[in-house]
Design a binder for this molecule. Structure first.
Ligand code: ARG
Length: 585
């Protein structure tokens, strides 16, 4: 059982035995650690219901706590608080269970099928930092939910169906007019080989986009190409397929470098076949109507604090929109996977879009009543100066460039600590990834944050490298012992005199509660603050206690057991965040 459940149970029982309702017996971590470790304020609330002085209730409850195995001390203090300290022996027995049980003894909730939509890159453009947060946060949320026993499916939801494709086609035509795609009399099969490499493709899009802003005819032709693509024109479809192939190959490499992977590589275009019937059904259900030539669905609700305008589902020229595609995507997702929940990640400025199409999906009964739809809108990643992140030249930062910058910074920091001959590229990359991911995930997703390479790459403070350093430190201590993988942790020696050890065990025992909470709130930052505290607690213990020199075998065994458990909890947590620790650093 989760640690908090055990504490609550003991307290609830004491309330019950004393003649009060057990629901008052809730235990929380003390907000006055100088006075006690845990507290219960239930007597204050019960006082009203039982018309008694709270201190009297608190005293009744404390009397009934006598002899319990969880709290070493319990004290009623005026006006009616109950202050407790936890028993070290109880922490040890809980750690014992954690060490041997699968998932550290965590209880699983009911198993759900959950789709996480967290890619969103556009096939025409290289991955840039705009897609970084989605990938990092989405991957972590997916891993957390999977750890909780759910069936999770990550989908890239590639942007492959908009004007960007029409623009590329037009630019390609100007650059290589001799290609068969542009010969109207061509009747053969189009070439298998793509008419561009990834670097050519990366140059084509920005050039086309710039041209379309100054050349109205070019923009018009690009728009026509887009319509032709959507209408099924074979030449446009063939080029589009090449764009996807070349681009997806490159995207996969980039995501792999980030330790991010998707179960599905679906795209906006996969939703297109469902659109006509969907629109018809909106009309048949009487929820869509024509307004200014466009088809819209009302989604405002009485309780709205701000105005939620109708959701546009078909443009006046008949084209589909962002919402149309997202709605039609729900159809195949429901058909093929029947998810209990769908979680979307995107920049928080897209909030209205999600509110609108979620409401249409419900109104049109495209999901079950209890299907959960969540939007996680994340804030902007700014530069160190608090302004939107740019390259030194002022352009959009490519993800690859960002990763290489952080690896350079990590390398410099590591050079201060280690001999250069010890630094291999793999370790630098692992530390670099931890720096980026932890730097991002340690912030609440909705908040903007400043990407500060120096701070993120530091080995001190609330950073990824600090966490890795702690894990590596444990690994290196363990290497100096004779213990093997077969080592069975035991927490039996008397540990009551060691305050740092007690603090560390208390942290360890909070693991299941923490993960459960992070999953419920879809909040990876809770894992970061947990492992930061856990690392601090470990380092406190390490500096305070002679581990390897301990002569009492039982005690030494206890210390090593704590090391092994701390290491595996930390490793599990960073895996949930999407990075891993090197063997040495
Ligand atoms: N491609 C979009 C963008 O770059 C993000 C897509 C997010 N997912 C979704 N289902 N709308 O902004």
């Amino acid at each position: 059982m989760n640690f908090s459940v055990l504490l609550n149970n003991v307290m609830a029982e004491a309330f019950e035995k004393a003649g009060y309702d057990r629901t008052y017996g809730k235990v929380s971590v003390s907000n006055r650690p100088d006075l006690c470790e845990y507290q219960c304020n239930g007597a204050m609330a019960a006082a009203k219901a039982y018309h008694k002085a709270p201190i009297q209730i608190a005293e009744d409850v404390v009397r009934n706590l006598e002899g319990n195995a969880v709290f070493e001390t319990a004290e009623a203090v005026k006006p009616g608080f109950i202050n407790m300290n936890i028993s070290t022996a109880f922490l040890q027995s809980y750690c014992n269970e954690m060490a041997v049980k699968d998932h550290f003894g965590m209880e699983f909730p009911e198993k759900k099928t959950i789709i996480v939509d967290y890619g969103g890159p556009n096939v025409a453009k290289p991955l840039h930092i705009g897609h970084l947060r989605s990938a990092i946060i989405g991957e972590s949320i997916k891993r957390i939910l999977k750890y909780m026993g759910h069936e999770t499916i990550g989908d890239t939801h590639l942007g492959d169906w908009g004007l960007q494709i029409g623009l590329i086609i037009e630019e390609l035509k100007e650059r290589k007019p001799e290609l068969p795609y542009f010969d109207p009399s061509f009747t053969g099969a189009y070439p298998e080989e793509a008419p561009f490499t990834i670097s050519e493709l990366e140059a084509i899009y920005p050039a086309a986009s710039a041209k379309s802003k100054v050349d109205a005819d070019f923009a018009e032709r690009a728009h026509d190409n887009t319509l032709k693509l959507q209408g099924g024109d074979p030449a446009c479809r063939a080029i589009w397929q090449h764009i996807i192939n070349v681009s997806v190959n490159d995207l996969k490499k980039n995501y792999e470098n980030l330790n991010v992977s998707f179960e599905l590589w679906k795209a906006e275009s996969d939703a297109q076949p469902y659109i006509p019937d969907m629109i018809q059904s909106f009309k048949d259900q009487g929820i869509a109507y024509v307004s200014d030539g466009a088809l819209v669905v009302d989604v405002a609700e009485d309780t709205d604090k701000t105005e939620i305008p109708p959701c546009l589902v078909v443009k006046s020229d008949g084209a589909s929109l962002y919402a149309t595609t997202d709605l039609a995507t729900i159809i195949w997702r429901m058909n093929d996977y029947h998810p209990d929940q769908m979680i979307y990640l995107a920049d928080k400025r897209q909030d209205l879009h999600y509110t609108q199409f979620f409401r249409v999906a419900r109104k049109a009964h495209m999901v079950e009543e209890d299907t959960r739809l969540n939007f996680i809108g994340f804030g902007t990643m700014n530069g160190k100066d608090g302004k939107p992140f740019k390259t030194r030249a002022g352009g959009v930062m490519r993800l690859e460039a960002l990763i290489s910058d952080i690896n350079d910074a990590v390398y410099e920091k590591m050079k201060e600590r280690y001999d250069e001959s010890e630094l291999d590229e793999k370790t630098v990359k692992q530390v670099g990834l931890a720096a980026i991911k932890y730097g991002d995930l340690s912030n609440q997703a909705t908040k903007d944050y400043n990407f500060d390479i120096d701070r993120f790459a530091s080995f001190e403070g609330n950073t990824g490298p600090y966490i890795l350093y702690t894990i590596v430190r444990i690994k290196s201590i363990l290497r100096r012992t004779e213990i093997t993988d077969a080592f069975a942790p035991t927490f039996n020696a008397d540990a009551s005199g060691n305050a740092c050890l007690k603090a560390l065990m208390k942290n360890l025992c909070g693991f299941a509660d923490m993960v459960e909470n992070a999953a419920e709130e879809l909040a990876p930052h809770k894992i970061c603050s947990y492992i930061y505290q856990l690392s601090d607690a470990f380092n406190g213990f390490y500096h305070d206690t002679q581990i390897l020199k301990e002569e009492d075998t039982e005690k030494k065994n206890l210390y090593l057991s704590v090391l092994v458990l701390t290491k595996s909890v930390l490793e599990t947590c960073i895996d949930l965040l999407g990075f891993e620790a090197p063997e040495r650093m």
